[in-house]
Design a protein around this ligand. Sequence first.
Ligand SMILES: C[S@@+](CC[C@H](N)C(=O)[O-])C[C@H]1O[C@@H](n2cnc3c(N)ncnc32)[C@H](O)[C@@H]1O
Length: 341
Amino acid sequence: MENEDRIIYCIKKQFLCCTPINKFDFMTFGENGFKMVDTCIQEKLLNSTVNNPTVKKYPLKKSYQKAFLKFIIDKLERCNQDIHDNVYDLYCNLVSQNDDSSTHYRHFLLNDRATRDCITLEESTSIISHGTTGMCSWQAALTLAEWCISNESQLTGKRILELGSGIGLTGVAVISACSPKQYTFSDCHPAVLNLLCKNLYTNLSTDSKEHPENLEKRDERLQFRTRYKDSGVRVENLKWEEIEEYVNESTLVPEIVIAADVLYDKSNFSALSNALETLLKNGTQYAIIAATVRNSSTIAQFLEELDSKLGYEDEPVPNSEVFIQTSDAPIRIIRVFKELS
Ligand SMILES: C[S@@+](CC[C@H](N)C(=O)[O-])C[C@H]1O[C@@H](n2cnc3c(N)ncnc32)[C@H](O)[C@@H]1O
């Protein structure tokens, strides 16, 4: 069988970030209906997935773990392969448990150029929770992180502001792989900000970190602050409508602004394009926006609004080297800049 360890690593990577089972690639293990997956390989698979110590500490959604095991059991039964007792035990154990938690974890394995192996994020189990879409990671956040990693040299040593950060996927990837000088996460929803701070506390382990609960209400804007290796990291409560004030309060404006999946609500377009205009007028060099194209006319409408104030162009969308892309909707990466007058 082709390099068994490599296949187990690929399955582990897909499992840890909850790749939908119907999009899962079992590589040569899946050929001939799992005939080659003997009990010894099954044990290794369990140790990398459901029994992985990271999953034990920060569990994935139980229904997802159940579906994964059920899929494997069905495949093994169909080809009359012996099934390891632990596979059944774990499955029965999961079936007997309640699945009523409102949050779960996903883990995104990084490549060896990053300063950490994995990003661990607590997310909402539903795509809309507390009346916001910001409590889980969206596909555009992965594509933006992928763009940042493949354009690392543009971001190293820079002050970066992320708008509508959600719970932190893109930012933790940038901090871990691109060594910015300063990275500021921002969002305006209190529940999103709380979960974001928790996720940064989990991921950016430094001696000086303070528990987010001790930092809450430090001041109206600043929600969390830490250092991670060479990067200053901040979380700020920032509405796009308040960018003018924010720029006036700041001693240094960000050099680069990034944002993922912020082009879905037309009623926000004018606030967002004004915010970009203000930042670019005050010294920001450019903004990079990753947008999922659910409806091309929605994005066109935003770009029309933007066009009256700023220039823009599409960036090449990078191949998926670090993150697994499972969405069927295309993603656009748009660079926004101030036109020379
Ligand atoms: C679809 S989520 C995307 C979250 C994250 N960037 C991702 O891609 O996973 C949009 C985010 O934008 C934030 N947002 C929406 N309107 C905003 C506004 N006017 N000011 C600041 N943040 C806003 C929401 O709170 C939410 O976290």
